[in-house]
Ligand binder design. Structure first.
Ligand code: FAD
Length: 299
């Protein structure tokens, strides 16, 4: 099927793009990698009257680590850039584990992390990762910039907290106070599929105890789920068989899976617990250093 008619603009500055969105009204849409929006337009599930293509705007393709340890991912940083990133491999194990598990190489070459957050698909992998890390999205609009915590950025399935004339310019992951560790595990029917179950675990350790913990779940609810009680069971505790088992049990309890063509609700809930235990056990076995519990596809 062909998309409905639309106007196409490819501005060269953020200011121009924001003006176009402001004048275009509620029906205008940002085009980043196009890996979610274009298929929706071809199916006519989305029929924007105006597409504002941001790919000609310079300076948005970065991902970098500030001197204080904050990680910033620009709106045009592709999944593939993150998959190949030595910076993430060295300093951010949960993101490094997730990047190769997004879709397939073709989608990863064009799709963006920020676009994935904006798309707010309950089965999108990055939302769980950024939520577990306590990250935020920086939006720019006619009134300037504002940071929106990831916990409040997704307002429902395929809905986000951006105003119609705002562009998400970057995702921000706060500097860790302790040593970061963690991972992302994804159960998929075949390589490149969306998650049947995805689990992001991001912890920081300091002086032998977990000083901060975040656990978030993909594909087991109507939106990404933050498993706050599971994370709280780890915080202030040393990693041990008991604390890991408690976190796994509480994360499984936080899931709200439904039986569908990908598996039964019981199976998905069980897999949440398995993945939490697997990631944390590997971290524990490795001494909780950065890079622990790397990527895995569980097809
Ligand atoms: C075959 C296939 C398999 C896939 N598998 C997976 C998978 O396993 N896991 C996964 O997580 N994702 C998967 N995806 C989705 C993919 O990751 C997309 O790249 C991502 O969801 C959207 O990023 P994008 O840059 O392509 O955004 P686009 O498609 O350009 O935009 C998506 C939405 O976000 C909005 N948007 C994008 N960028 C901005 C911005 N900077 N500011 C404001 N609004 C913005 C757009 O207006 C649109 O509504 C898959 C896609 C395909 C086609």
């Amino acid at each position: 099927m062909y998309p409905s008619r639309f106007r196409y603009e490819a501005p060269r500055t953020l200011g121009e793009a924001i003006s176009l969105l402001r004048d275009g009204g509620e029906d205008a849409k940002v085009l980043a990698g196009g890996q979610s929006l274009v298929p929706l337009m071809k199916l006519r599930f989305a029929s924007p009257s105006l597409l504002v293509d941001i790919n000609n705007i310079g300076g948005l393709g970065y991902h970098r680590r500030d001197p204080d340890g904050t990680i910033r991912v620009g709106a045009l940083c592709r999944h593939a850039d993150l998959e190949r990133s030595d910076l993430l491999k060295a300093s951010q194990p949960t993101m490094a584990a997730a990047a190769p598990l997004i879709a397939d190489p073709i989608v990863r070459n064009r799709g963006t992390l920020v676009g994935s957050l904006c798309h707010a698909d309950p089965q999108g992998d990055w939302a769980a990762v950024i939520l577990a890390l306590g990250g935020s999205v920086v939006a720019e609009g006619p009134a300037g910039r504002r940071a929106i915590p990831m916990a409040g950025f997704v307002t429902g399935p395929f809905q986000n907290a951006l105003r119609h004339d705002e562009i998400a310019v970057e995702a921000v992951i706060p500097a860790p106070a302790g040593t970061p560790a963690g991972g992302y595990l994804k159960l998929e029917r075949r390589v490149g599929d969306f998650a049947t179950v995805g689990v992001a675990v991001a912890i920081e350790t300091s002086g032998g105890v977990v000083s901060r913990a975040g656990i978030a779940l993909t594909g087991v609810g109507a939106a990404t789920i933050g498993a706050a009680e599971a994370a709280a069971a780890l915080t202030g505790q040393p990693l041990s068989e008991e604390t890991i088992a408690a976190a796994a049990r509480l994360a499984a309890a936080a899931a709200q899976p439904r039986t569908d063509h990908r598996g039964s609700a019981e199976y998905k809930r069980h897999m949440v617990g398995v993945f939490v235990r697997r990631i944390l056990s590997r971290v524990n076995g490795s001494g909780a250093g950065a890079g622990a519990a790397g990527q895995e596809r569980a097809a």
